[in-house]
Ligand binder design. Sequence first.
Ligand code: 9MR
Length: 349
Amino acid sequence: MQHEPKANSLSSAAAQKGLLFGTALCTSDLQLQPLADAILHNCNIITPEYEMKWDAIARDSGRSDYSASDQLMTFSSANGLALHGHALWWHEAVPSALRNASGKRFSDAALDHLRTTVTRYAGQVHSWDVVNEPLEPAHDRGDGLRATPFLGAFGPEYIETAFRQASLLDPNAVLVLNEMGLEYVSPAAERKRRQMLALLERELGRGTPIGCLGIQSHLTALEQPHDHPELRGFLREVRGLGLSVMVTEMDVSDHLCPRDRKQRDAIIADTYRGYLDLVLDEVRVLAVSTWCLSDNRTWLNGFHPRPDGAPQRPLLFDRAIRKKPAWHAVKAALLHEGQGASDPVQASQ
Ligand code: 9MR
């Protein structure tokens, strides 16, 4: 059963441009009826926020538990939603029992996790974040790779290994390399963009089956500019490599914004709008997902607490699951309302 986008929803706005709209969620969200209803109304793709990660599945060392992950898979298929699998290999989701494992023990376990998980859901997921956050310019390697247990155990070929395995076991899934911080304005972000292009060229050159670049898009209001030529240039180059893009984890931290709610909500909405307008102008986007849908379910109060202690308002719905200006801004951006008549991506295809 294919999900039919509902009238006046974000997925129907996205469908007009041929893309999916979605959110991250966890199993407990399904118990909150108004939130579950808002997800079903607005989304046609979902991403497990953490319950499909390796450390969540292998919480009990020695025993894999896919029950939460299966529940989200069942929710998606029962409702005709696509599911974006997140994430197969991520350094922050290595099970604690393996953090200090030696090369061979670690690589055997990592391959086993990837194979078992991809096989379990083969033919059911829309896409996989196969490798998450491979770059860290501060680790000062020529290739920009982050020093992780995956790099330690397999060497730089770990990316090729992961994508080849995933492609073999689920040839129809979109295989995504997902990265954070490619969107920012700073010398470090520009360095990361250059390193990402070099990585993609290197991997595509040796036949690694990467189909799509995931740009996480954890934005900060008052820091993220509308006009961002370096990001535009980067996205054009990604497109030139033949890759599509997914906006995988979008939210807007308001820790730099004034406390006044109206002002804050307006600045946040404007940040979403400017950012999506730019991205949708430059690349072929398969899906846009936010990192949860309502302000009661955000990781940002822990990560970027506001100095005045007020709760963050980074998402599209407020805590009472009412639409915020950000919802309308995202909808307008998906429809490209108010933009020039020409759409460079569509026009050139
Ligand atoms: O939002 C997620 C949080 O609930 C988890 O505790 C955490 C660790 O698994 O991961 C958070 O999501 C991260 C995502 O998986 C990768 N990009 C950064 C996200 C925010 O930290």
